[in-house]
Ligand binder design. Structure first.
Ligand code: DQA
Length: 148
């Protein structure tokens, strides 16, 4: 397993959840596009979504043992609250990109702080579902370079 995509709370509702903010694509469509993009490049990708902080921490911890080499994570609301998710990412020490569908910097003040960004390789926000694909494109380039 090489690339792990993690989606936080309420992202299971994408498609019907505030489409003006988060777009009309469902999570299943987003994941299917990412899976195909990774497979076309010869890499394995797994996706995981949970509404529960502890389940997200457990999945991040498991990434240290399952062959994951890169994480793409949209922690959703936990971005702004979760020291536990930050600590889990620091513990596994895998490179990760933080993705947000919306531009959190032009929204409420509480969305403008992230517990993760200073640990991330990079942060993409405001580009909708395409942000995941751009993150994946970067991850694939990195994996390619490090396997040569
Ligand atoms: C989000 C932004 C968060 O502030 C929010 O809580 C989400 C989604 C985004 O993708 O834009 O649930 O991470």
């Amino acid at each position: 397993m090489q690339i792990l995509v993690i989606h936080g709370p309420n992202l299971n509702l994408l498609g019907s959840r505030e489409p003006a903010v988060y777009g009309s694509q469902t999570l299943a469509q987003i994941d299917a596009d990412l899976l195909k993009m990774a497979a076309d490049a010869g890499h394995e990708l797994k996706s995981f979504q949970s509404n529960h902080e502890g389940a997200l921490v457990d999945r991040i911890q498991a990434a240290a043992q399952d062959g994951s080499r890169f994480i793409i994570i949209n922690p959703a609301a936990y971005t702004h609250t979760s020291v536990a998710i930050r600590d889990a990412l620091a513990a596994v020490a895998l490179p990760f990109i933080e993705v947000h569908l919306s531009n959190v910097h032009k929204r409420e003040a509480f969305r403008q702080h992230s517990y993760l960004s200073d640990l991330a390789v990079g942060v993409i926000c405001g580009l909708g579902a395409q942000g995941y694909q751009l993150a994946l494109s970067y991850a694939l380039t990195q994996l390619q370079q490090h396997s040569q």
